[in-house]
Design a protein around this ligand. Structure first.
Ligand SMILES: [Zn+2]
Length: 131
């Protein structure tokens, strides 16, 4: 962290074991990870990522590299499905709550989805079609 609390470096491992590894190979990987200094420390020392990998799996072959991004998979369609799953009674209560508009905020990315009373009625009519 910087003094203003902004993040300078952050790192960690996600390892997916593929079929075909022996128990010895798996425990060797576990041991090297366990004995590994914190990734953040190594990043501060400007260690390259491929060097870190080589320390854990000496004969590693890097097939591809890609940037990671934080991306939430929420969408208006998913939120609608969640609302529909609440059931008719709940939806009617929301519709009749007197609010012109309801907001659903994603817990993960804080995206705001707005639903007008009309939208809620539309969801209720979708329930009618299902029944
Ligand atoms: Zn989201």
């Amino acid at each position: 962290m910087n003094e203003d609390n902004s993040v300078i470096v952050a790192g960690g491992f996600i390892i997916q074991l593929m079929p075909g590894l022996s128990d010895e190979e798996i425990s060797a990987i576990e041991q090297s990870i366990g004995a590994f200094p914190p990734v953040t420390t190594l990043l501060e020392q400007s260690m390259e990522l491929d060097e870190m990998l080589r320390r854990i799996v000496p004969d590693v072959k890097i097939l591809d590299e890609m940037d990671i991004v934080f991306a939430c998979h929420c969408s208006r369609e998913r939120v609608e499905r969640t609302l529909i799953s609440l059931g008719r009674k709940e939806l009617e209560e929301i519709r009749d709550s007197g609010h012109e508009e309801e907001e659903v905020i994603c817990d993960f990315c804080n995206e705001v989805y707005k639903f007008s009373r009309e939208d809620i009625s539309h969801l209720i009519s979708q329930l009618d079609e299902q029944e």
